[in-house]
Ligand binder design. Structure first.
Ligand code: IFM
Length: 444
C-alpha cells in the first residue's frame, strides 16, 4: 500500500474532530533536555548506557540533546507557534530524586514547575509522563526493574511529583511504553541497561506494571484534578497469509508485544497462551499484584507507529509498502485496525494517541525542510484515527511525535522524528513543512 498524497484528497482539518478533542506534540526528558549534570541531577541508566562503547549508533548521548533545559522559554514559544492545544513531556526521575529514593531536589521540581507555568501562560495544556525510561542509576545498581522494590520507589516518586504538579496538569501517565523499558531493554539488549535475558525482562515487565499500579494508588489518595493513566506502544500483528502457521505467528507476537501488557492492565490477568509459551521464564506474581495493576485508569495512551506482518518464518516486509528511516512500514490502516480491535476486545477508558510520527532523512536547504513524506504520514494517520472514531471508538487526543528532532535512543541523532528541525551544532530550530502543515490543519 502506498501512502496517499494529501494534495489529492479533500483536506482533513481539526474541525472534523469533536470540539473537545486535544491536538498536541510530544517529547521526553532525556531526548531533549540536555543539562545532564546540572542542578543536582543524578545519573540515569541512559547516561551510563551512552558511555558504553558501541551502544549508540553515532556514539552520542543526551548530555546536551536539544539543550531544552536552557532554552525552555524559546521552546515553549515554539510549541505555541504551532497552534497546538497540548504538550506532552516527561519528568526526569533523577532530576527530582537523584538517588531514585529519599532526598528530593528542589531545583529539579522547580524546572518542571516553570515548564508547567510557561505552558499555562501560553494557553497550552500540560500532559505529564512520570517515566520515559530514565531510571536513576542507583536503582539500577540495586537491580533496576528486576528488583521488586523499584516499584515501591516509583510510587514514592510519583507521589512527590503529583503533590507538586498534580492539580496543574491535565493528565499524568505513569509509564511510557513498558514493553520498551522491559523487553527491549532487558531481553533484546537495545536499550539501557542493555541486558539479554528473557527471564529478567519478564520480571522487569511485571515490576513496571506493579509500579504503575502502586503509583496510581498513591496518586488517587491525593485526589488530584489530573486524569491518571498509562501509555503503551501497541503494534497490531497481521498474518502474512491465512495459513494457520502464519496466523499462529501473528497471534504469538500479539501476545508478547500487546496482550502481555493490555491484559494485566485491563483484565487483571496475563494472557494464558503467552504465559504458557514463556514456560519457566514467567515472572513471580504475588497475591494481590494483578488487582493493583488492573485498577481503573482515566485514560489509556496508545503510541502507534507501524504494524507487524508475520509469517511462520518471521517478520515480512511487503515490497509494495513504503518505509520510514527506521525501516518501519508506513501503514495508517493499522491505527484504525488497532483502535477498533481494542474497542472490541476490552472494556476501555477513553483512549489518547499519545505518540504517532515518522523519521525521515530531512535536509535543511535555504531555511526550509520539505518533508512531504512526513506530511503524508501524519495526514494518513489522522484520517485513520478519524475513521476509527466514526466507527465508535472513543479517542480524546492526538500527539504528534515529536515536537523537534532529538536523541533517538540507540540511534543517537541519526534519526529525525521532529516537526521542527534541529541543527545540533547551533541548536537552531526550523519549522519543517510538516510543522507548517500541522499548524494549517489546526487552524482549519
Ligand atoms: O523516540 C521514541 C520515543 O521515545 C518512544 N516512542 C517511540 C519513539 C520513536 O522511536
Amino acid at each position: 500500500m502506498t501512502t496517499p498524497d494529501p494534495s489529492q484528497q479533500s483536506a482533513l482539518t481539526h474541525r472534523d474532530f469533536p470540539a473537545s478533542f486535544v491536538f498536541g506534540v510530544a517529547t521526553s526528558s532525556y531526548q531533549i533536555e540536555g543539562a545532564a549534570h546540572e542542578d543536582g541531577r543524578g545519573d540515569s541508566i541512559w547516561d551510563t548506557f551512552c558511555r558504553e562503547p558501541g551502544r549508540i549508533l553515532d556514539g552520542s548521548s543526551g548530555d546536551i540533546a536539544c539543550d531544552h533545559y536552557h532554552r525552555l522559554d524559546e521552546d515553549l514559544d515554539l510549541i505555541a507557534s504551532l497552534g497546538v492545544r497540548a504538550y506532552r513531556f516527561s519528568v526526569a526521575w533523577p532530576r527530582v530524586q537523584p538517588d531514585g529514593r529519599g532526598a528530593v531536589s528542589e531545583a529539579g521540581l522547580a524546572f518542571y514547575e516553570r515548564l508547567v507555568d510557561g505552558l499555562h501562560a501560553r494557553g497550552i495544556e500540560p500532559h505529564l509522563t512520570l517515566y520515559h525510561w530514565d531510571l536513576p542509576q542507583p536503582l539500577q545498581d540495586a537491580g533496576g526493574w528486576v528488583n521488586r522494590e523499584t516499584a515501591q520507589h516509583f510510587a514514592e516518586y510519583a507521589g512527590v511529583v503529583a503533590r507538586r504538579l498534580g492539580n496543574r496538569v491535565r493528565s499524568i501517565a505513569t509509564l511510557n511504553e513498558p514493553w520498551c523499558s522491559s523487553i527491549l531493554s532487558y531481553q533484546l539488549g537495545e536499550h539501557a541497561p542493555g541486558l539479554r535475558d528473557r527471564k529478567l525482562a519478564l520480571a522487569a515487565a511485571h515490576h513496571l506494571l506493579l509500579g504503575h499500579g502502586l503509583a496510581m494508588r498513591r496518586m488517587r489518595e491525593l485526589e488530584l484534578s489530573a486524569e491518571l493513566g498509562i501509555v503503551l506502544n501497541l503494534t497490531p500483528m497481521d498474518a502474512a497469509t491465512p495459513d494457520p502457521a502464519d496466523v499462529a505467528a501473528a497471534q504469538a507476537n500479539d501476545g508478547t508485544s500487546n496482550r502481555w501488557f493490555l491484559d494485566p492492565l485491563l483484565r487483571g490477568e496475563y494472557p494464558q497462551d503467552t504465559w504458557d509459551a514463556y514456560g519457566p521464564d514467567v515472572p513471580q506474581v504475588q497475591a494481590g499484584d494483578l488487582a493493583i495493576i488492573s485498577q481503573p485508569n482515566d485514560f489509556l495512551g496508545v503510541n502507534y507507529y507501524s504494524r507487524g506482518l508475520l509469517s511462520a518464518s518471521g517478520h515480512v516486509k511487503p515490497q509494495t509498502s513504503s518505509y520510514t528511516d527506521m525501516g518501519w512500514e508506513v501503514y495508517p490502516q493499522g491505527l484504525r485496525d488497532l483502535l477498533r480491535r481494542l474497542h472490541a476486545d476490552y472494556t476501555l477508558p477513553p483512549l489518547s494517541i499519545t505518540e504517532n510520527g515518522a523519521a525521515y532523512p530531512d535536509v535543511l536547504e535555504d531555511g526550509a525542510v520539505h518533508d512531504a513524506e512526513r506530511v503524508a504520514y501524519l495526514d494518513g494517520h489522522l484520517r485513520a484515527l478519524h475513521s476509527a472514531m466514526q466507527a465508535g471508538v472513543k479517542v480524546t487526543g492526538y500527539f504528534a511525535w515529536s515536537l523537534m528532532d532529538n536523541f533517538e535512543w540507540a540511534w543517537g541523532y541519526a534519526r529525525r522524528f521532529g516537526l521542527v528541525y534541529v541543527d545540533f551544532g547551533t541548536q537552531q530550530r526550523t519549522l519543517k513543512d510538516s510543522a507548517l502543515w500541522y499548524r494549517e490543519f489546526l487552524k482549519g
